[in-house]
Design a binder for this molecule. Structure first.
Ligand code: GUN
Length: 284
């Protein structure tokens, strides 16, 4: 049976360190501040934003939440971002995605000052990641890398297979693995013979967003499996992208859903906000 990678425990340890970092900045008269902007009433987004606010409170970060109606115009949203860019109390700005269809996502993400872009979605931060000199890293892939590191998994020379090519997870995690000297394959909906690709993986990172589409029997015995999927089945049950019951019998290490990658994402957002506040006073 695989070792279960306990994202909750790793997140707890990190949050204790972040709390200490926030307290240290407090002695210098700085309180890290995070602005979270939600447009519309997507129920999942609402839940995430609520979790982010609570997480900030728990570590001592000032949380400034802006909930705007779904029909908010792009210019109005850009004006708010401009105000937040110039607000000294705010070190990090996060605009919850997805945005309503009438708003052009790239225009919004590019309006956030790169030094406040704690999601790491601005082209400046994306470019820094591509060139191997990251400043702010997207939170979910950053959390995955910390989980691997905390579990003692060295990626040097390993075959990493990423399933999913989103800007939020698939593409940035592939770049981060490359930076850690892995040989990286990125698979997606048009990939021919996905099972064959997965069979090659020493480390499989599944970020598909469909319940248990990756079958346990495709996993190479002894592989490390990181499951990014959070899929609701029925009323209450959450499952990952990987068929856990079968995969746990073949993998050497596996991250569960829930309790794997999920708790790491918000933790890395707190980490990035602390980093932004430190950068603002030249503490890094
Ligand atoms: N929607 C889904 N994941 C994310 C994320 O990491 N950041 C933001 N801003 N929106 C998201």
């Amino acid at each position: 049976m695989a070792h279960i990678i306990d994202g909750k425990a790793i997140a707890r340890k990190l949050r204790a360190e972040i709390t200490a970092g926030v307290a240290h900045l407090g002695t210098l008269g700085i309180r890290p501040g995070l602005a979270v902007v939600l447009v519309g009433d997507n129920p999942a987004s609402r839940v995430y934003v609520g979790m982010k606010e609570k997480a900030c409170r728990d570590v001592g970060i000032f949380s400034d939440e802006h909930t705007l109606p779904a029909e908010t115009g792009e210019n109005e949203l850009l004006a708010l971002i401009n105000r937040l860019n110039n607000d000294e109390r705010i070190h990090g700005i996060l605009v919850q995605l997805p945005l309503p269809k009438h708003i052009v996502e790239s225009r919004v993400l590019e309006a956030i000052a790169p030094h406040k872009d704690v999601d790491g979605f601005h082209p400046y931060n994306v470019g820094r990641l591509v060139t191997g000199k990251p400043v702010f890293r997207p939170c979910t892939p950053y959390g995955i890398m910390v989980m691997l590191q905390e579990t003692g998994i060295d990626l040097t020379g390993k075959e990493v297979v990423v399933v999913g090519r989103s800007n939020i997870v698939g593409k940035p995690v592939a770049l981060m693995c490359l930076q850690q000297h892995a040989t990286v394959t990125v698979c997606h909906t048009r990939t021919i013979d996905l099972p064959k690709k997965i069979t090659m993986a020493d480390v499989l990172i599944a970020a598909v967003g469909r319940p248990e589409v990756i079958r346990g029997e495709w996993i190479k015995p002894g592989a490390v499996v990181i499951d990014v999927g959070v899929n609701r089945v029925g009323e209450k049950k959450l499952v990952g992208d990987v068929e856990f019951e079968a995969a746990v019998k073949r993998a050497s290490h596996i991250s569960p859903v829930p309790g794997g990658v999920g708790p790491m994402t918000i933790t890395m957002l707190l980490q990035n906000t602390l980093q932004a506040a430190k950068l603002s006073v030249g503490e890094l």
